[in-house]
Design a protein around this ligand. Structure first.
Ligand code: RTP
Ligand code: MG
Length: 139
């Protein structure tokens, strides 16, 4: 079944020049883009996007990190793309992420903060719909 998911290349991925690597892996897998934009996020958008994490100890550092530079936001389309992109991203903590995944291949283990894990991908059809509505309301 064709689905859409929201993918973000986080500020660390943009700073490190890894946008092309993320796009390349998605395209080689056969997924297509429905939207793509380089964007400096604001606090209100991030508080909506991460509302399930509000109140957790990592919430404020996460928001600060996501404000530290532009992200590349995209809507990616394809068969089972929601679950497949999560698998391509790997475990949340880059140190634990399997080799072959974005975080496992490109995450770093020095000066590590778990929020600096390169990418975000929606975790369910409901999340995808909600997050696409936040980032690309016209879609
Ligand atoms: P994402 O939402 O970014 O695709 O990643 P995820 O589902 O694997 O992780 P999630 O649990 O949704 O957490 C969202 C982001 O918060 C940061 N985080 N920091 N213990 C911590 O310090 C901690 N836990 C999570 C990460 O940036 C994670 O991607
Ligand atoms: Mg998540």
């Amino acid at each position: 079944m064709t689905e859409r998911t929201l993918v973000l290349v986080k500020p660390d991925g943009v700073r490190r020049g890894l946008v092309g690597e993320v796009l390349s892996r998605l395209e080689r897998r056969g997924f297509t883009l429905a939207a793509l934009e380089l964007r400096q996020l604001d606090r209100a958008t991030l508080e909506r996007h991460y509302e399930e994490h509000r109140g957790k100890p990592f919430f404020e550092p996460l928001v600060e990190f996501m404000l530290s530079g532009p992200v590349v936001a995209m809507v990616v389309e394809g068969q089972r793309v929601i679950e497949t992109f999560r698998a391509m991203a790997g475990a949340t903590d880059p140190v634990a992420a399997a080799p072959g995944t974005l975080r496992g291949d490109l995450g770093r283990d020095w000066g590590l903060k778990v929020q600096q894990n390169l990418v975000h991908g929606s975790d369910s059809p409901e999340s995808a719909q909600r997050e696409i509505g936040i980032f690309f309301p016209a879609l």
